[in-house]
Design a protein around this ligand. Structure first.
Ligand code: UDP
Length: 137
């Protein structure tokens, strides 16, 4: 079994589609082992996305991710990291495959509804950034 980290981003919370996202997660065979709704400060988002700090969209991305609540999740299944990236779809919803969350629900390359760890190293940083051991069940 493998664990990965996911965020349902502010654009989805604002549009009341978090239930649709969680339904797609469960239908794809993931177990939700941790979940919470939080409002991130700008500096908490900057710490989370520090690997992107040199990229031109970093400022806008941090403003977007802190403009309203998000839902953070830890997902478990075999091959969870790669399978969650597949279910999310391409970064730009316009390029995302049919049946993916970003194709179904994404708004733009920035407001693309979901985040997912891109490697075991990312998951090992991202999961404990938000959850302690007692919150994963
Ligand atoms: N992003 C953006 N503009 C871009 C590329 C990415 O606003 O040109 C945002 C988008 O919300 C994306 C996040 O930055 O999900 C992280 O980018 P990354 O390239 O890691 O994409 P992901 O791994 O989320 O598909």
């Amino acid at each position: 079994m493998e664990r990965t980290f996911a965020i349902i981003k502010p654009d989805a919370v604002e549009r009341n589609v978090t239930g649709k996202v969680i339904a797609m997660i469960e239908e794809a065979g993931f177990k939700v082992v941790g979940m919470k709704k939080i409002l991130l400060s700008k500096s908490q988002v900057e710490g989370f996305y520090y690997v992107h700090k040199e990229r031109p969209f970093f400022g806008d991305l941090c403003a977007f991710m802190s403009r309203g609540p998000v839902i953070t999740l830890v997902l478990e299944k075999e091959n969870a990291i790669a399978d969650w990236r597949t279910l999310m779809g391409a970064t730009n919803p316009a390029n995302a495959a049919e049946g993916t969350i970003r194709k179904s629900l994404g708004v733009s390359i920035e407001e693309n509804t979901v985040h997912g760890s891109d490697s075991p190293e990312s998951a090992s940083f991202e999961i404990p950034y938000f959850f302690n051991q007692l919150e994963l069940v």
